[in-house]
Design a protein around this ligand. Structure first.
Ligand code: C2E
Ligand code: MG
Ligand code: MG
Ligand code: MG
Length: 282
């Protein structure tokens, strides 16, 4: 079926697109009740240094809907962005993470960093940015234990607004990671102006270490660049010892991926089994 998009323009509209649209509408319809129905929770994925010591965690959102089951953030976050629901979700994540982080730092030490993902839309929403800055000033957000992850594309689309907010974050003593680095729209000249602490190499490159010379070269280049700019560099999505060895040999100082730990619920962070697993990675 071809769908008329006005002005005599036609685009192909296939059955699978129709199915996709139906699913999107379904997700968008269920999303508004997720918070009040208590359907969200956070899981945490460890980050380790080159010696295998846990230095931080990334908070990742999970949603279970009674009818739709588990829905991945890769699916519902873009829908939340498009349906103007992202800011309430972000606020929920921040408040919830800040309730849980003290337990994590009590257990893993006061230097532990827990990162919270922000959406592009959050950076240009004053309700969100003011809420975060207020949280940092009032102590509601434990500045020494928190870090925000923003995606490169988010940053590039609103460069001046985003950069002003990030400058404020830095002034409040907060750490910032640039997520999914290498896949966005980066211009090298911008990177020196970035108000960030850490570059996160995207999983796309990490997963091809050992199989793609090109991805290996890009990975080495990102690590070199981060070092020259005095930034930390974190690799996400590490699944094999080969990838881990390659990354540490080339100077990557923070490692994250299923090889070390999958994202797990808060209480599991404190279980003996999990501790043993994390130690095994050492
Ligand atoms: P991200 O921030 O780049 O997070 C990394 C994703 O890779 C996570 O997927 C994580 O579970 C997955 N991952 C980590 N290690 C491995 C590995 O070794 N192998 C493989 N195959 N995957 C690995 P997840 O949790 O499904 O999240 C997907 C994306 O959704 C995130 O990408 C982030 O962009 C977004 N997201 C998740 N939670 C939040 C949130 O609270 N707020 C916002 N705004 N976005 C979120
Ligand atoms: Mg992230
Ligand atoms: Mg990432
Ligand atoms: Mg990624």
């Amino acid at each position: 079926k071809a769908k008329n998009e006005g002005k005599g323009r036609y685009v192909w509209f296939t059955a699978s697109m129709q199915e996709e649209t139906r699913r999107k509408i379904q997700v968008a319809t269920h999303l508004p009740q997720a918070i009040e129905n208590d359907e969200f929770h956070l899981v945490y994925q460890a980050k380790v240094n080159s010696k295998g010591k846990v230095v931080g965690f990334e908070a990742l959102l999970r949603w279970f809907d009674n009818e739709l089951g588990n829905i991945s953030p890769a699916e519902f976050i873009p829908i939340a962005e498009q349906s103007d629901r992202i800011s309430e979700i972000t606020l929920w994540v921040i408040v919830q993470a800040c309730l849980e982080i003290p337990h994590i730092s009590e257990h893993y030490g006061e230097d532990i960093r827990v990162s919270i993902n922000l959406s592009a839309y959050d950076l240009k929403n004053v309700h969100v940015t003011e809420f975060i800055l207020e949280g940092l000033r009032s102590g509601g957000i434990p500045r020494n234990n928190v870090e925000f992850e923003i995606t490169e594309s988010a940053y590039m689309n609103n460069f001046s607004i985003a950069n002003a907010f990030l400058a404020e974050l830095k002034k409040e003593g907060c750490k910032i990671s640039l997520d999914d680095f290498g896949t966005g729209y980066s211009s090298l000249s911008y990177i020196t102006e970035f108000n960030i602490d850490t570059l996160k190499i995207d999983r796309q490159f990490v997963s091809q270490i050992g199989t793609s010379k090109r991805s290996e070269l890009i990975t080495i280049t990102i690590i070199e660049m981060a070092k020259n700019l005095n930034l930390n560099v974190c690799a996400e999505g590490i699944e094999t010892h080969e990838q881990s060895a390659f990354l540490t040999e080339n100077g990557c100082n923070i490692l994250q991926g299923f090889l070390y730990s999958k994202p797990i619920p808060l209480d599991a962070l404190f279980s003996q089994e999990e501790q043993a697993l994390l130690n095994l990675a050492n």
